[in-house]
Design a protein. Structure first.
Length: 72
């Protein structure tokens, strides 16, 4: 999912946020790791929140300032 200049990607590592402000050199801005997400399955971004559904239910993350943070 793309929101602003960021791509929000669900994978086996959890939620990975990729900064696309320089499309020639995209970079990982943040990661929300397995400690908070267990088998993530769905994602929606609305304003300043990411709503992630995993095997435990719905999780809500404030994505306002995720630059260069790893939430493990």
């Amino acid at each position: 999912m793309i929101g602003g200049t960021y791509a929000y990607i669900l994978c086996h590592r959890g939620l990975v946020v990729v900064d696309l402000s320089n499309p020639v050199r995209p970079g990982i801005s943040a990661e929300v790791g397995a400690k908070f997400l267990n088998d993530p399955r769905g994602l929606a971004v609305q304003f300043r929140y990411a709503f992630v559904v995993d095997s435990e239910g719905l999780k809500v993350f404030d994505i306002t300032h995720l630059d260069h943070r790893a939430i493990q």
